[in-house]
Design a protein around this ligand. Structure first.
Ligand code: T1G
Ligand code: NAD
Length: 651
């Protein structure tokens, strides 16, 4: 057995075992494809071989094609031809699926004559997450193996088929619970005497009818939120049903290659790798995080409730502290509402929601936080209040308890200046709603210990968040760029551009909401209070349009009106005569602006601020800034982020 090969070949009597061993995810890179072609040639020519068992080394079958190869031209041998050679082989190939079979890995299994699954086997075609569609027959073989209705959610809606599902659908022959490879060899030996089954591509496929396609198209278009790949995947599947597998295959491949070369796919690839390296910052390599089991949250307002829900969802014990009984009761009610909404969205059952809620203890005051491994403060954005809270926490908590602030704007060095053990103090900046938004800005202070910082990253991983280290500046990475984004947007409004047109342009670009709608949702008062605090410190902060609105009592959705008006209980923004009146004097005569011009101007402003942030070493790279914008501020994934977009579209 040749050890440096990525495809290892063994013999057991009449059966050959080919194991794809290409860490970390057995990706079907060029070397693997070249070696698989050689294996096919050797085994096809060897009459003593009656069957082939194909499996993956480790806990995965195959994680897909090698995504790192996508920025260069596809090299021979390409996957489709390789799979056709397996499908046309004169002896049966058994895909022994020992774990995840994703993308090209699933397509490889579909091209084999039989699939044997282990308990952890899962088949998925996540190509749409990368802005592409399956490119090696997945849109043609899977519907012929399991039917269109079962194939479509896998091909265009990110669903996976697990081991029991594969058995039920007839995608897999057998579920092997123990001695996986040995049992697979035994089965292959036994079944190798049977006539070869009909290749998947030659199987009949039933057209589910117009109503099915219409429903599917509407559902997938809505979920795609403007991304191209999901509808393209549906189109390839349907074309193969209408015109047959050969035309379907050709269309699939042409579409795959076209999308692979697109800006959208490049952006999604960029984010795929950025999200993975974000979890493993090189500076923390080899640093062991502290163990966190019990946590505390101080303040059960908008953020405290969201942070508590995120911690409970991740399995932590939480002690939630408020300043008085009424505030605590209000906070616990809001928390229950979060879990009933999660159950409604089928994130978990009602019972599971109760189980999670049972892990929170509501308290008044800070005394009950003495045994927490980590305490996160989310009280009002007020320096003196936060200093007071940390002063008390330092006395109440164990000396190794990690103390964290969720401040948005205040310099955490000021908040923590009274803390003796600076090494245990850190900024953990969540985003609203904290149980949903994936971003976690981790603010390291000069004294923060490396293992405390590493604990912040480990916490993010357990919460399913995307961590980004930020240095200290006003607003850290995200709110600093948000400020620049708002200033630029307000500048356009002052110069006559309609703020609803700006919101519409940014929604067209891919944001769920524009800058003014977003302010209304988050509350205009958060940044207003920040500016007022700066003015109270004697800083010259010009009056913003938002300030004019807040002074008139318009804080956004929470007061029924901000930039827009809102009907009671409704989040739909409505034009506001009062806002027009309040801002009339601060604006020049109305002026039209093309959506493209609006978008270009705002993205440039964000990227310019991003470049300053990099120069000041507040962020570790352009990827960090793009992850902040995509996971914290709704920047459309299909555009990659302001740094990626401005670089990719630099004229
Ligand atoms: N190609 C290249 N590198 C990959 C990779 C891939 N397909 N998948 C993962 N990696 C790297 C990743 O960057 C990281 O690197 C390391 O492996 C561990 O990954 C023709 C064209 C498989 C579920 O979309 O979903 O097939 O940071 O941290 O949490 O139709 O990785 O250590 O340097 O994510 O255990 C379709 C993508 C490709 C699956 C494992 N396949 N991968 O999760 O580890 S397109 C996918 C994943 C395709 C065909 C088309 C996950 C995973 P580093 P990790 P993990
Ligand atoms: P909020 O007004 O909704 O909640 C603050 C809570 O703190 C209130 O319930 C209040 O009763 C409680 N509180 C005040 N003093 C307390 C004390 N001594 N002990 C315990 N509880 C006390 O505010 P919020 O929007 O949740 O913001 C909280 C913090 O999170 C602020 O620093 C803010 O800047 C930051 N933040 C807010 C957002 C956002 O979008 N709202 C996003 C990120 C960070």
């Amino acid at each position: 057995m040749m050890s440096d090969l990525s495809v290892k070949l063994e013999r057991r009597g009449p059966v050959a075992i080919a194991t794809i061993d290409n860490p970390p995810v057995n990706a079907l890179g060029l070397a693997v494809r070249q070696q698989l072609v050689r294996v096919i040639e050797v085994l096809e020519a060897d009459d003593t071989v009656r069957a082939v068992v194909l499996t993956g080394a480790g806990s995965l079958f195959v994680g897909g094609a090698d995504i790192t190869e996508f920025d260069r031209a596809a090299e021979q041998p390409q996957l489709p031809e390789l799979l056709e050679r397996i499908e046309r082989a004169c002896k049966p190939w058994f895909a022994a699926v020992n774990g995840l079979a994703l993308g090209g890995g699933a397509e490889l299994a579909f091209a084999c004559h039989y699939r044997l699954v282990g308990p952890t086997a899962r088949f998925g075609l996540p190509e749409i997450n990368l802005g592409i569609i399956p490119g090696a027959g997945g849109t043609q073989r899977l519907p012929r193996l399991v039917g269109v209705e079962n194939a479509l959610p896998v091909i265009a809606e990110n669903r996976q088929i697990d081991a029991s599902g594969a058995l039920e659908l007839g995608l897999a022959e057998t579920l092997i619970e123990n001695d996986f490879v040995e049992a697979a060899i035994a089965l292959a030996t036994e079944m190798s005497v049977r006539p070869l089954p009909t290749p998947a591509l030659a199987l009949q496929v039933t057209d589910p009818g117009e109503a099915f396609w219409a429903d599917a198209t509407a559902r997938i278009r809505k979920a795609a939120k403007g991304a191209s790949a999901p509808l393209a995947a549906l189109e390839a599947l349907r074309l193969g049903v209408d015109r047959g597998a050969p035309e379907g295959l050709a269309f699939e491949r042409e579409t795959f290659l076209r999308l692979r070369a697109s800006d959208e796919a490049a952006a999604l690839r960029y984010l795929f790798f950025a999200e993975r390296s974000a979890l493993r910052p090189p500076a923390l390599k080899g640093v062991t995080p502290r163990r966190i089991a019990s946590t505390g949250v101080v303040g059960a307002g908008t953020m405290g409730v969201g942070i508590t829900a995120a911690l409970l969802n991740a399995g932590y014990e939480v002690t939630l502290s408020e300043r008085d009984g009424a505030s605590l009761e209000r906070g616990l009610k809001a928390l229950e509402a979060v879990f009933s909404a999660q159950a409604k969205r089928k994130m978990h059952t009602v019972e599971e929601g109760q189980t999670r809620l049972a892990r929170v203890k509501g308290v008044v005051g800070l005394d009950n936080l003495e045994n927490c491994d980590l305490v996160i403060e989310a009280v009002f954005e007020d320096l003196a209040l936060k200093q007071d809270v940390f002063g008390k926490l330092e006395k109440v908590c164990r000396t190794d308890t990690i103390l964290a602030t969720n401040t948005s704007y205040i310099d955490p060095r000021r908040i923590g200046e009274g803390i003796a053990a600076q090494e245990r103090f850190i900024g953990l900046h969540f985003f609203s709603p904290a149980q949903v938004m994936k971003l976690l800005e981790i603010i390291s202070l000069p004294g923060t210990a490396a293992d405390v910082l590493a604990t912040g990253f480990e916490l993010a991983k357990r919460l399913g968040k995307v961590p980004v280290r930020s240095g200290i500046c006003e607003g850290f990475i995200g709110n600093r760029i948000l400020k620049r984004y708002r200033v630029e947007a307000e500048f356009m409004v002052r110069n006559g551009v309609d703020f609803a047109a700006i919101d519409a342009a940014m929604r067209e670009f891919g944001y769920a909401m524009g800058p003014f709608e977003m302010q209304d949702m988050a509350g205009l008062d958060v940044s207003f209070l920040n500016r007022e605090a700066a003015r109270a410190r004697g800083e010259q902060i010009p009056e913003t349009l938002g300030d004019i609105l807040v002074r008139a009592g318009r804080k956004g959705q929470k007061t029924g009106g901000g930039w827009y008006d809102y009907a009671p209980g409704d989040r739909k923004p409505l034009p506001s005569a009062e806002t027009s009146h309040l801002l009339a004097e601060a604006r020049t005569a109305p002026k039209a602006a093309e959506p493209k011009e609006i978008v270009a101007r705002l993205i440039k402003a964000m990227a310019d601020e991003g470049r300053l942030i990099l120069e000041e070493r507040i962020a570790d790279g352009p990827e960090a800034i793009d992850l902040v914008e995509v996971h914290g501020y709704g920047f459309p994934r299909t555009k990659g982020g302001p740094m990626f977009f401005s670089y990719r579209n630099a004229s």
